[in-house]
Design a protein around this ligand. Structure first.
Ligand SMILES: *C/C=C(C)/C=C/C=C(C)/C=C/C1=C(C)CCCC1(C)C
Length: 248
């Protein structure tokens, strides 16, 4: 028995990251950043009263789920130098609905109803599933452009709902820290989330092929988007909690 194991070749379970592998680098740093942000949110959540505690817990869950997925995506990239599309979309399909929950939690004091949350969650799932179809299933010919367009429509529905729809109305009524946080989160969705369709266009074939020729890498764009939107989004919630606490 013993000799059998001793004779087994030793396989390195850590892959090398080439010095010019900037995609691998962003997976690595992204993973660390998500872990650090999770520790920060989890450890600080008890500094706040119940309402804000839940919001900060959700911020921590978002970065924690991402950290675990980045762990796998980092490995996957190191092994295959290929886009970890499956892990990417599983991550998003878990974390983006949680961001919709975050909108709801913040507006709850203003009387937001669960139906608002479910509308946003449904739209986000449509956005992501159709994006996955374009990126991984119907990813030739006009497939990516068509599915990307459908995904984009769901995206604009979310933008509309929070910027101009019922969510906006509730935030205005609430005022104060709630309105401020809501406005900032709206900017994240309008500008921060717009990073993703750019990554998609850089990584899939379509009428927008010129973008890929700029030498942009889809995964680098997605990784930058995630860092901004998951950690930044959480920090806005944290900032609102601080503002609400210090006012009292
Ligand atoms: C933490 C992850 C986040 C906030 C991910 C957000 C992803 C999107 C907003 C993706 C949107 C897409 C489109 C609007 C069209 C093309 C396909 C997608 C899925 C990349």
């Amino acid at each position: 028995m013993k000799t059998m194991f001793l004779n087994m070749p030793l396989l390195a379970d850590v892959s090398k990251i080439a010095t010019d592998d900037y995609v691998g680098f962003t997976f690595f740093v992204g993973c660390m950043a998500m872990m650090a942000a999770s520790a920060f949110f989890f450890l600080s959540m008890n500094d706040f009263d119940k309402k804000w505690k839940t919001s900060i817990l959700v911020s921590g869950l978002i970065t924690f789920i991402a950290a675990v997925h980045y762990w796998y995506m980092r490995d996957y990239w190191a092994a295959f130098e290929e886009s970890p599309t499956f892990f990417r979309y599983v991550d998003w399909v878990l974390t983006v609905p949680l961001m919709c929950v975050e909108f709801y939690l913040i507006l709850k004091v203003a009387g937001a109803r669960k139906s608002l949350m479910w509308k946003l969650i449904l739209a986000s799932v449509v956005m992501l599933v159709t994006g996955y179809f374009g990126e991984a299933v119907y990813n030739t010919g006009s497939g990516p452009a068509v599915w990307g367009l459908i995904s984009g429509i769901a995206y604009f529905y979310i933008v509309y709902e929070i910027w101009l729809g019922s969510a906006k109305k509730l935030a205005t009524e609430a005022g104060g820290a709630v309105l401020k946080a809501h406005k900032l989160l709206c900017w994240f969705v309008l500008v921060g989330w717009a990073i993703y369709p750019l990554g998609y266009m850089a990584g899939t074939p379509g009428w927008y092929d010129g973008l890929a020729n700029l030498g942009l890498n889809m995964d680098v764009i997605y990784n930058i988007g995630d860092a901004i939107n998951k950690i930044g989004f959480g920090l806005v919630v944290y900032g609102a909690a601080i503002a609400a606490r210090d006012k009292n």
